[in-house]
Write a protein that binds this ligand. Structure first.
Ligand code: 13P
Ligand code: 13P
Ligand code: MG
Ligand code: MG
Length: 380
């Protein structure tokens, strides 16, 4: 059967501050999705959270971008926002940027990752949910999972993976996309995705079968709202086993807590820490940035799970390393590269300071003209 897995997420109010989600919000969202299940819009659902973001994980048969499913998600967020407002939670309704739903939640604030596929004989999927970072955070782990033979043994030794994977990369500034194949075009892929604030891996496909293997949310709140309203705390779906990397190969990149932008006020670099749900609240300096992995087997569209994949001693060292990196980065205080570069910061006071101090800003004396002579060299 053809199944659609939709993960739609929003920050609709933090408890306490931006650290976590109040259980009443999850309950309000569950009630709406349960109605949707009883009315036949959904086959199954699971409501989860990471940090202060609510994640609606839903299965159905309506394909991606279904108005009915998106309307249901919007209603769940609205009902939960009403609860958040009663409790005066922090930033109630933060990510719902428009007043009225119009067909599709894309461009309205929530983040969306959806894929439709023919359910396999056994269908393991991992739903990743991150807080205090942005969609580019998935670039490095996705490359490792689907293109790095030092991560994914199957690329070398499993006939079903040996042909490699196709990457769909989006230029989020110019709104363009390109498809590139690994391993042949690996260096081209890296040239793009090494700049994760500009280029995001949106999806990955098996080259052997053309089937979708992974999809990410790439929504940018600040582009929708035209101002900072919180980070774009992204989600990702990855299918595993058989013609895809195994579950262990999918989780392996997260043993390295790579540096991602986000953290305090969306304006700092910090390590991405893999955590179980019981550690999914942010704390230190509103972080460090976190990622949760929920595993499901899908059976006739039913979500058999979740299994809390990072709630495991195998990720203790990654968490320890993330804490050490957090200490090291924090000691830079207001200095780059802990604090983001000027054009990437979500908050800044510099324009105001420059205006206030404009009449104290003096031009430098023109430098003396010297004749520069480039030395002769026989290298490029
Ligand atoms: P099993 O032999 O337990 O099925 O595992 C196979 C596999 O692919 C593990 O990554
Ligand atoms: P969120 O994007 O998770 O709401 O965090 C915002 C923030 O400013 C944290 O310091
Ligand atoms: Mg928040
Ligand atoms: Mg958040």
């Amino acid at each position: 059967m053809r199944v659609t897995l939709s993960v739609i997420k929003a920050d609709i109010g933090g408890w306490v501050g931006h650290s976590g989600v109040h259980p009443d919000l999850l309950e309000a969202a569950r009630q709406v999705l349960e109605q949707g299940r009883q009315q036949g819009t959904l086959i199954d659902y699971h409501v989860a959270f990471c940090g202060d973001d609510v994640n609606l994980i839903m299965t159905h048969t309506q394909g991606v971008e279904s108005t009915e499913v998106h309307a249901l998600a919007w209603e769940a967020f609205q009902k939960a926002t009403a609860v958040a407002k009663q409790l005066k939670l922090y930033g109630a309704g933060q990510d719902l940027l428009v007043d009225a739903f119009s067909g599709n939640v894309r461009g309205m604030g929530p983040g969306v990752a959806e894929m439709e596929f023919e359910e396999r004989k056994s269908e393991p999927v991992i739903v990743f949910m991150a807080d205090k970072t942005s969609p580019g955070a998935w670039n490095l782990p996705l490359f490792r999972i689907f293109a790095d033979p030092f991560n994914t043994a199957g690329l070398v030794i499993a006939p079903t993976l040996h042909q490699g994977f196709r990457f769909e990369i989006h230029d989020v500034q110019e709104h363009k996309k390109i498809l590139l194949d690994a391993p042949e075009e690996m260096y081209d892929i890296l040239a793009f995705i090494g700049a994760p604030e500009r280029y995001n891996i949106k999806a990955v496909y098996s080259r052997a079968t053309g089937e979708i293997a992974a999809v990410t949310s790439t929504e940018r709140l600040s582009q929708v709202a035209g101002r900072y309203v919180g980070k774009d705390d992204p989600v990702m779906i990855v299918r595993a086993q058989s013609q895809f990397p195994s579950v262990g190969e999918v989780l392996e990149p997260f043993t390295f807590p790579h540096l991602v932008p986000g953290w305090m006020r969306g304006s700092h670099m910090g390590p991405l820490m893999p955590v179980g749900l019981n550690q999914a609240r942010t704390a230190r300096f509103d972080g460090p940035p976190r990622v949760v992995a929920l595993g499901f087997q899908i059976a006739e569209g039913r979500l058999v799970g979740p299994v809390d994949m990072f709630d495991n001693p195998a990720f203790d060292e990654a968490r320890r390393m993330a804490n050490q990196i957090a200490d090291y980065m924090r000691r830079h205080g207001p200095f780059e590269p802990h604090r983001l570069a000027l054009d990437e910061m979500e908050y800044t006071t510099l324009p105001d300071i420059l205006e206030r101090l404009a009449d104290r800003m003096e031009p430098l004396a023109a430098p003396e003209k010297v004749q520069a002579v480039a030395p002769e060299m026989d290298v490029d």
